[in-house]
Design a protein around this ligand. Structure first.
Ligand SMILES: CC(C)(COP(=O)(O)OP(=O)(O)OC[C@H]1O[C@@H](n2cnc3c(N)ncnc32)[C@H](O)[C@@H]1OP(=O)(O)O)[C@@H](O)C(=O)NCCC(=O)NCCS
Length: 336
């Protein structure tokens, strides 16, 4: 099973797999120097790490420099092709430093009781409490699958057990993985879920945000003028009414992805930055005071996991674009 590479495509299907499973609607290719930073210090604990994990993290701390060098070499070189290291990917869960992996899962498709039980067993006490607060079984189920997928994926990238993932939140609630040895250093992720779909973006050492929305969701009751910039409202209203709904979700998901990548919630005013959609190239962003950011550092990708959903990804790059790979998660991938 292969990745959908969101490299060069712009509103074009990119492969048979992509045709079947979704459509890349923007993106571009990439390379960039190694990065990597541990999750921010001074963050609020979401779940308290055990004494054992703290002690192991300290041990790893002493070896960090050497291990990072080793990890970088492994990520870049892979198995064989030294001349073209970027062409090599040892497994689905090898994350080159110049890449973003996006996994999505239609939650209703996870029906195997053994998988659901495994996901339930991975959860922390705090997650169980959160799950039990949901009134409707479908929400409890969606939460369970989301947490199970997140823990499963992170455990594969970080080479720890799913139940060993410990999350910390910044002051605006953005979760990150608590440092747990060199493999977790710099591992960044973001989660988005909507009715029947969860998407998770994973990358190394850079800000990343993802948003998915179900197009069936009513947008007429949303105050576009409150959420969108003047330029976006103008662009939306210039479209024929039949195209406005789809474009509305383009803006919505892109803006959310940016907000989520920054991790500052609605302290960033939604009407003070504008997304610009172009026919033959990826979306761009423009800022107005008080948002002080560099437009050239942002890479946006849009994708349709199915006609029912819209997805957008925002990544802070350094230099040229990153490689974005998008894949529907299959429970069988857990053992890949
Ligand atoms: C808090 C926020 C992340 C909610 O986003 P959302 O679209 O409702 O929900 P999503 O499913 O995309 O994301 C939720 C996940 O994002 C993550 N998250 C939480 N706070 C976050 C933050 N400050 N930054 C980034 N990610 C965050 C969590 O993993 C969360 O999952 P969880 O609820 O299972 O813990 C935030 O972006 C928000 O409130 N946005 C305002 C929504 C709005 O009015 N948008 C207008 C349209 S442009």
């Amino acid at each position: 099973m292969s990745w959908v590479n969101a490299g060069l495509a712009d509103r074009r299907p990119v492969s048979n797999g992509a045709r079947r499973k979704g459509r890349i609607v923007a993106g571009s290719p990439f390379t960039h120097p190694p990065g990597g930073r541990p999750p921010a210090r001074g963050v609020r604990r979401w779940e308290r790490p055990s004494a054992r994990s703290v002690s192991m993290a300290r041990t790893f701390d002493r070896r960090l420099a050497a291990r990072i060098v080793c990890d970088i070499r492994l990520s870049c070189v892979g198995d064989a092709n030294m001349d073209n290291p970027l062409s090599v990917e040892a497994s689905l869960f090898d994350l080159p430093l110049d890449a973003v992996h996006v996994w999505y899962l239609f939650t209703d498709r996870v029906t195997d009781p053994q998988v659901l039980e495994r996901y339930a067993n991975m959860m922390s006490t705090e997650e169980r409490v959160r799950r039990d607060r949901f009134i409707f079984p479908k929400d409890r189920y969606q939460f369970l699958v989301t947490r199970g997928l997140l823990r499963t994926l992170l455990s594969r990238y970080a080479r720890i057990r799913p139940e060993e993932c410990v999350f910390v939140m910044n002051r605006y609630g953005k979760p990150s993985l608590h440092y747990w040895g060199s493999a977790t250093a710099g591992l960044e992720f973001n989660v988005s879920h909507t009715n029947g779909l969860v998407a998770i973006a994973i990358t190394s050492g850079r800000e990343v945000g993802i948003d998915v929305e179900e197009l069936a969701r009513a947008h007429s009751d949303l105050d576009v003028r409150r959420f969108f910039s003047t330029a976006e409202v103008r662009a939306l209203e210039a479209l024929p009414p039949t195209e406005q709904r789809s474009r509305f979700f383009d803006y919505w998901t892109l803006k959310e992805a940016y907000i989520k990548a920054r991790g500052m919630g609605l302290s960033l005013p939604l009407d003070r930055f504008s997304m610009h959609l172009h026919r033959n190239r990826r979306p761009t962003i423009e800022f107005a005071p008080p948002i002080d950011d560099d437009t050239s550092t942002w890479q946006f990708v849009q994708f349709e996991p199915s006609p029912r959903y819209r997805m957008a990804l925002a990544i802070r790059r350094r230099g040229t674009d990153l490689t974005v790979r998008i894949k529907e998660f299959d429970v069988k991938d857990e053992t890949a």
